[in-house]
Design a protein around this ligand. Structure first.
Ligand code: ZN
Length: 251
């Protein structure tokens, strides 16, 4: 029984009991992706908690991308275990960046850490590199309209995700995917600081193509150096010091 494994000290809130029980089922392999949680009433009786507590726990797990709550009855009903870490991590990171507790300069350093590692490990024949090359062509074709920089940067972040995916590490991919919105958010905010967007876009594209070429030539060390310089260069140009205090105030 669960009570043999969990030390209930009277402080834990009842929905946390349900969360702890489900986590234990997952880590023990008794529940896995595609599996279903017991019915709400069964779970409440088994754990000796209210159905409200079970519902609260399931709502939390849903927000974390761990389950999809089911409706109705029949074999397709019930709460199913899923695995969608990227969406949940992404919205959590975006919110914490919004509260200013995750400094942009720290996101920059994290990007350099993850992306230079990924560039050094990306396989020269990874199918994700085809997608990365297509994204570069799309960036070249971005129309000169008012939101050109935003359109470009949306494709730019997808290029970086594709390169990270080419390393074939599911955890690094999930972390990069979760940073996506934060990256897009602050890079777009900094375009106001750039003296000449067209010149910046051309330079970024030249760097992207060099990164891709280094990976395709199986030169991981060069690809890693280039991607780090590419990320740092943009922040410096936008008036941000990656090692320092964060973004310059927009003028
Ligand atoms: Zn880029």
């Amino acid at each position: 029984m669960w009570s043999n494994h969990i030390n209930y000290d009277g402080i834990m809130r009842t929905h946390q009991l349900v969360l702890t029980w489900i986590e234990k089922q997952l880590s023990d392999g008794r529940l896995s992706v595609g599996g279903r949680l017991p019915a709400e009433r069964t779970l409440a009786e088994q754990l000796g908690v209210s159905r409200t507590s079970v519902r609260e726990a399931i709502r939390i797990l849903e927000a974390m991308g761990v389950v999809r709550a089911g409706v109705g009855s029949g074999p397709e009903a019930g709460t199913v275990v899923i695995s969608d870490p990227t969406a949940a991590l992404g919205s959590a990171l975006r919110l914490h960046v919004a509260t200013q507790h995750l400094p942009v300069s720290d996101i920059v350093e994290t990007r350099i850490l993850l992306e230079s590692w990924a560039a050094s490990r990306a396989r020269a024949d990874a199918p994700e590199l085809e997608q990365a090359a297509m994204l570069l062509d799309e960036m070249d074709a971005v129309e000169h309209v008012a939101q050109a920089a935003d359109n470009f940067l949306a494709l730019d972040v997808r290029f970086h995700l594709a390169v990270a995916d080419a390393a074939g590490n599911a955890v690094v991919s999930a972390m990069m995917g979760s940073l996506r919105e934060s990256i897009q958010g602050y890079t777009a905010r900094f375009t106001a600081n750039l003296p000449d967007w067209d010149a910046t876009a051309q330079r970024l594209q030249a760097e992207h193509r060099e990164i891709l070429a280094a990976i395709r030539n199986d030169d991981g060390a060069r690809a890693a150096r280039l991607v780090a310089a590419h990320i740092e260069g943009y922040y410096q140009e936008a008036g941000v010091n990656p090692a320092g205090e964060g973004p310059a105030r927009p003028r």
